[in-house]
Design a protein around this ligand. Structure first.
Ligand SMILES: Nc1ncnc2c1ncn2[C@@H]1O[C@H](COP(=O)(O)OP(=O)(O)O)[C@@H](O)[C@H]1O
Ligand SMILES: [Mg+2]
Length: 243
């Protein structure tokens, strides 16, 4: 079997808040093109962990290699330039601007770095809105969109960055059943061009989408494996049912 070069590798990643070990020595590796889910009880350190990967939070110690480069010391915007895009539980959108204007900002931030090409701001903005099914809401003020549509708008902004790695923190929170089914299709489509890392509580979403699952508990990796392996893992069941 050919060696797979990981897109991302975290080694010995730690983030302490005073005495609280939110992330406590995590080794983690993502392969190009995979869909990975991170699951774990509330307070397990999931958001802190992906914040370390995206550069929103600085590690207490540990290193992060992305696409062959040590990005540990880079600020978040530099990591976005390298291809790490993320959306978070708390919506990042500009509520007084239209949906299209929100996406256009993400498009512009990417295209200003691409040289020797006539930028197609409008085309790319429309394509990103289209990808998440929000084309008909392009002119709606973002703050007036339904909550689920605001979450989709955030994903459109991530997609507009054309990332190598798209990180989604609880993207289906607040979505209806129908919106969740559309979301499954959306992520599979995104995963044709990008690696996807999502924190997710909805087990239907996790089991339908993930190639592999990483379980965090108390800041550490409790288990990692295929959906079938994780479902049958007694320790994982105990972490959810116990305490
Ligand atoms: N900025 C912060 N300051 C202090 N404690 C924090 C901070 N962010 C997270 N924590 C704590 O770190 C732990 C992990 O939080 P978090 O990463 O949000 O977990 P999860 O996303 O798995 O629910 C929790 O105990 C939380 O209260
Ligand atoms: Mg969280």
């Amino acid at each position: 079997m050919a060696d797979v070069i990981p897109l991302l590798q975290a080694r010995g990643l730690k983030r302490y808040f005073g005495g609280l070990k939110a992330v406590d020595h995590v080794d983690f590796s993502l392969n190009t093109g995979e869909i990975r889910a991170i699951i774990g009880p509330n307070g397990a350190g999931k958001t802190t962990f992906v914040s370390l990967l995206s550069g929103r939070t600085q590690p207490t110690s540990g290193t992060i290699l992305f696409d062959g480069e040590d990005v540990s010391a880079l600020p978040a915007y530099r990591r976005v330039e390298r291809g790490i895009a993320y959306t978070f539980q708390i919506t990042n959108i500009y509520k007084t601007m239209s949906a299209a204007d929100n996406v256009r900002m993400a498009v512009q931030s990417r295209l200003k770095r691409v040289h020797g090409q006539k930028p197609n701001f409008e085309g790319e903005t429309r394509a990103a809105l289209d990808a998440v099914g929000l084309s008909d809401r392009a002119d709606t003020i973002a703050g007036e969109l339904a909550y689920g549509h605001q979450r989709l708008l955030e994903i459109a902004m991530g997609v507009a960055l054309r990332p190598k790695l798209l990180i989604l923190d609880e993207p289906t929170q607040g979505l209806s059943d129908l919106e969740i089914e559309n979301f499954l299709t959306l992520v599979r489509r995104i995963a044709r061009d990008a690696t996807v890392l999502l924190i997710e509580h909805n087990m239907h979403v996790v089991m339908s989408l993930a190639d592999r699952i990483t379980v965090l508990a108390r800041g550490q990796t409790l288990a990692e494996g295929t959906p079938a392996e994780i479902r049958d893992n007694a320790e994982v069941q105990a972490a959810y049912l116990g305490s």
